[in-house]
Design a binder for this molecule. Structure first.
Ligand code: 5GP
Length: 187
């Protein structure tokens, strides 16, 4: 799958370790610009309180998800914690006609997306240092110590893949990081 002539936007895939601030960067950028949207993935997990079908995710049954896998409707998909998650090609294709599209997915998903859609741009957001990331993870207070340890142990693998990315942004100062991502979209 390659970019089509009628597609104006860029497909950006943003990854980075948990706690690095990628969600805030992407959401702030998308809220400031009418020509950039975040892709909405499909998942088979149950919606959490406050989540809306079509906004956070498209919530599908496992049967429906697997049917769409058969129909080749996912740019990439993966299993996390026993549930399936995938990026619908149909959503991305439609959105690219008018806008740039950002996917926020992990390293494995990002590298699969690049294989399926070589025109996509891979961007990794990294912390200024391990110590800073640890401090941020602890201060957001939403994970247990074991979860923090688990996330930090994945960090080494994620950072080791950064050479496969087109751009690496160091999130030292959030506004600067947002500007760098905007530059990548606009260049
Ligand atoms: P959550 O259930 O907490 O929303 O997400 C669980 C995991 O699924 C996260 O690591 C998230 O990045 C990943 N995820 C969400 N959407 C997609 C997707 O479309 N593709 C892949 N590969 N992973 C996804």
């Amino acid at each position: 799958m390659n970019k089509k002539a009628n597609e104006k936007g860029k497909l950006l895939v943003v990854s980075g370790p948990s706690g690095v601030g990628k969600g805030t960067i992407v959401k702030t950028l998308v809220s400031r610009r009418t020509d950039v949207v975040e892709s909405v993935s499909c998942t088979t997990r149950e919606p959490r309180a406050g989540e809306v079908h079509g906004r956070e995710y498209y919530f599908l049954t496992k049967e429906e998800f697997l049917r769409r896998v058969q129909e080749d409707d996912f740019l990439e998909y993966d299993e996390h914690f026993g549930n399936f998650y995938g990026t619908p090609k149909s959503f991305v294709r439609e959105a690219l006609k008018e806008k740039s599209v950002i996917l926020e997915i992990d390293v494995v998903g990002a590298l699969n997306a690049k294989k399926a859609f070589p025109d996509c741009v891979l961007v990794m957001i990294v912390p200024p240092s391990m110590e800073e990331l640890k401090r941020r993870l602890i201060s957001r207070n939403s994970e247990t110590e074991a979860e923090i340890e688990n996330r930090l142990s994945r960090l080494e693998y994620e950072l080791s893949q950064k050479d496969k990315y087109d751009f690496v942004i160091v999130n030292d100062e959030i506004d600067m990081a947002i500007q760098e991502l905007e530059k990548i979209i606009d260049q």
